[in-house]
Design a protein around this ligand. Structure first.
Ligand code: F0G
Length: 470
């Protein structure tokens, strides 16, 4: 299958291609992002999406390793980059639910039946990241990677650590010290990843892990969403929403925006489905930033940057980032999962907004917390970042950009228990994080204790800490 799938630079003036088993995250020629591309004429593409329905009958169980059990791989004809089915690393990810949230619809002033919540927190590691990780780990296995790494605001690291353990690869995660929720940190430790707590934020961690992965001598396979294989897996969130609606797209998809991998993946899914004639309609897209981490909002709404057929104003983005460096700008939001100032997938997000006729909004931390509580009060909940999608819906309804008669799917990206500190603080005023910081520490003495390693944001210190690991 390899020859009908390849990697290609997203810059139309470059368009450089690379073999599917090349390990890179940007184009060698112009440093732009890469897409996974397919020569569909040489691949067995279903004639209609209804084809996938028979997979429910053959799903088997996770222990049988059935691909049909996975909510990602039961759509494998739509992400056929793997060489053989034996390469696929799956644990039954993507078995998530699209809930018709009528109580919430009533509260929000949407017609009952029209508000849908896509619960990606029901994934094995508790967030949507598992959709992307299964695909990136499949590629890692195809190319024989031994050590995998990511920077993270918590969910990517939890997911990477889980898949690394199951695939018997060494997982290394870079997290900003004090920047991620304790529940997410506990997952990385429990699943046995080497956990580096870098003195810096997510952007600093990503810069470092990319720098280290760029040197092949370090043998580090990068698992952040700048890796185009992650995007392939995350397309499946759109397939599942379609599946739950008898293959009818909703009018709107609303998603929180952090590193902008999800929105990029959603548009790629629809670009391909449309080109293959598998859908007629493409939903509109709304990407919701937190006000304290609003780079996409700034770029799209204030600077009015557009994809422009791939000839977007890259200089303006560079200048904006240089300006952030100059004033020492650091993003800040209670929704720590999306506390990101320099989203790596920004160009792909501009493409997504163009193709899905999208809008971008920013919502305050208070709006996020109130909508998180509302979602939880009326059913099962989500973490703060996820609720940005519902807060964004409220804003777009108020602005009459979305009408109560339109169908809307809000993506709830992470499980409620991912950040119970935020929940407890909202309801009681007690900041458990502050309490933890004051608590006396004892030496961990469990036979499998896996302590996080504090490291300065310095290349040599990080390399030394990585060597100290197994
Ligand atoms: N929601 C949650 C719960 C997340 O964890 C993230 C990203 C996002 C939304 C934003 O998604 O990057 O596709 O725009 N978390 C990353 C992490 C950055 O490291 O776990 P995006």
């Amino acid at each position: 299958m390899t020859e009908s799938a390849f990697q290609q630079c997203i810059n139309p003036d470059c368009g450089a291609t690379y073999p599917i088993d090349a390990v890179k995250v940007t184009c060698d020629k112009c440093q732009n992002l890469l897409d996974i591309r397919y020569d569909w004429s040489r691949l067995p593409v279903p004639r209609s999406l209804g084809f996938f329905e028979h997979r429910w009958a053959t799903k088997g169980t996770a222990t049988q390793g059935s691909l049909d059990f996975s909510g990602v791989w039961r759509f494998r004809e739509l992400l056929p980059f793997y060489r053989s089915e034996d390469d696929i690393v799956t644990i039954g990810e993507g078995r998530t639910v699209l809930q018709q949230a009528d109580l919430l619809a009533r509260q929000m002033g949407v017609k009952p039946g029209n508000l849908l919540l896509q619960y990606e927190g029901l994934n094995p590691s508790g967030s949507f990241k598992d959709n992307g990780m299964t695909a990136a780990f499949t590629h890692a296995r195809m190319v024989g990677a031994r050590k995998v790494a990511c920077a993270s605001t918590g969910n990517t690291s939890a997911s990477l650590a889980m898949f690394a353990s199951l695939a018997e690869l060494r997982g290394v995660v870079f997290i900003g010290s004090g920047k991620i929720s304790i529940a997410k940190l506990s997952q990385a430790l429990d699943y046995g990843a080497l956990t580096l707590q870098i003195q810096g934020d997510f952007d600093a961690c990503l810069r470092r892990v990319r720098q280290i992965a760029r040197d092949p001598a370090n043998g580090l396979y990068l698992m952040n969403s700048v890796n185009p294989f992650r995007i392939e897996g995350q397309k499946s969130i759109m397939y599942r929403i379609l599946e739950a609606r008898d293959w009818n797209p909703p009018d709107w998809i609303i998603v929180p925006g952090g590193n902008l991998g999800n929105c990029s993946a959603f548009a790629k899914a629809y670009m391909e489905l449309k080109a293959l004639g598998l859908v007629k309609k493409v939903p509109r897209l709304a990407v919701i930033n937190a006000t304290g981490a609003n780079t996409l909002h700034e770029v799209f709404n204030n600077q009015k940057l557009r994809w422009n057929g791939g000839r977007y104003d890259a200089k303006a983005i560079q200048m904006m980032y240089a300006g952030m460096d100059e004033v020492g700008y650091l993003p800040h939001t209670i929704a720590s999962a999306i506390e990101i100032g320099r989203p790596v997938n920004l160009p792909k997000a501009l493409r997504a907004l163009d193709f899905m006729y999208g809008v971008v909004r920013e919502v305050t931390d208070d709006d996020i917390l109130e909508h998180r509580a509302l979602v939880a009060r009326l059913g099962f909940g989500c973490e703060p970042a996820s609720a940005a999608s519902v807060a964004g819906l409220r804003m777009l309804l108020d602005e009459k950009v979305i009408s109560p008669d339109e169908s809307v799917a809000c993506i709830l990206t992470g499980h409620e228990l991912k950040d119970s500190n935020a929940t407890v603080k909202y309801h009681t005023g007690i900041d458990l994080k502050a309490v933890q910081d004051l608590a006396p520490r004892t030496e961990p003495h469990g036979r499998m204790s896996n302590r996080p390693i504090p490291v300065e944001d310095d290349l040599n210190s990080i390399l030394r800490a990585m060597d100290g690991g197994r």
